[in-house]
Design a protein around this ligand. Structure first.
Ligand SMILES: NC(=O)c1ccc[n+]([C@@H]2O[C@H](COP(=O)([O-])OP(=O)(O)OC[C@H]3O[C@@H](n4cnc5c(N)ncnc54)[C@H](OP(=O)(O)O)[C@@H]3O)[C@@H](O)[C@H]2O)c1
Length: 251
């Protein structure tokens, strides 16, 4: 069975760059129309939209602070106005900023939790009624290895991602009777702007030596899992987390 997302509409948060942009491309190539959000990098958002349109699909872009409900509600409204439905929601927008326990400010904690976890809640809360009415939907939340095993100096980030995993399991049970599947993807190291500094020079070699597959993931490696979860191939997959980490958590 081929993956065919013709006539489906996907809303991808943080679709301007990195993993989000790769997800937009793969969903568009499978036939989906795209509504993507970005925070400040309009040029990258427009580049991603151009690539989606080059694949023959429609794309709208919206600058969105994902932790503000007014912003979230207005993206959802605009997407429905443009496309009339939302079939696939990908909560991908996120931040990863170091913060050592004992020194972390309340503001650092709140920023990470607000963007990564509250943003995911706000989008799910706004779109669940739309998907319920359609009696079909796919929610794909981009968590992290950090949410599975913790991450020193990033406890706020790890807590936000573990929160996403537990949140997803919970809403998956509520939504499954409506033919709505909610799942997470937990990427390990991925080559994006987010990790560019951390993966520079000798540190990259050290990190790669801790990955059995011997390399850091590309954004497309993560997008492949999202495409699968968005498709009918994943009809019976509910509330799980797909690890895409090259074996990195196993050693
Ligand atoms: N890279 C990795 O190794 C890795 C590993 C595990 C999990 N992840 C997760 O994967 C997701 C994507 O990561 P990435 O590596 O692709 O990151 P990235 O290259 O830094 O891109 C982040 C995306 O999120 C948007 N964004 C950032 N802050 C935002 C805010 N305050 N409000 C709304 N949108 C915001 C950005 O918009 P602008 O372009 O406008 O800035 C951009 O589209 C994140 O949730 C991250 O935690 C990444």
């Amino acid at each position: 069975m081929m993956i065919d997302l013709t006539n489906k509409v996907a809303l991808v948060t943080g679709g301007s760059r990195g993993i989000g942009a790769a997800i937009c491309q793969q969903l568009a190539h499978a036939g989906a129309s795209i509504s993507l959000t970005y925070a400040s990098d309009k040029r990258s958002a427009e580049r991603c939209a151009t690539n989606v349109r080059a694949a023959g699909r429609k794309c709208i872009i919206t600058k969105t602070a994902v932790s503000l409900s007014q912003n979230v509600n207005s993206v959802v409204r605009n997407t429905l106005k443009e496309f009339g439905r939302i079939d696939i929601l990908v909560n991908n927008a996120g931040v990863w900023k170091a913060g050592e326990i004992g020194k972390m400010t309340e503001q650092q904690w709140d920023e990470t939790l607000d963007i990564n976890l509250k943003g995911t809640f706000l989008f799910c809360n706004a779109i669940a009624p739309v998907m319920r009415k359609q009696r079909w939907g796919r929610i794909i939340n981009i968590a992290s290895t950090a949410g599975q095993r913790g991450e020193a100096r990033y406890s706020h980030y790890a807590a936000s991602k573990a929160g996403m995993i537990a949140f997803t399991k919970s809403v998956a049970v509520e939504l499954a009777p409506f033919n709505i599947n909610a799942n997470c993807i937990a990427p390990g190291w991925v080559d994006t702007d987010m990790t560019a500094d951390a993966l520079r020079g000798v540190r990259r070699k050290r990190i790669e030596s801790g990955i059995p597959r011997g390399k850091v993931a590309t954004p497309d490696d993560i997008a492949g899992a999202a495409l699968f979860l968005a498709s009918n191939l994943a009809d019976h997959i509910i509330g799980t987390t797909i690890s895409v980490n090259g074996g990195g958590v196993l050693i």
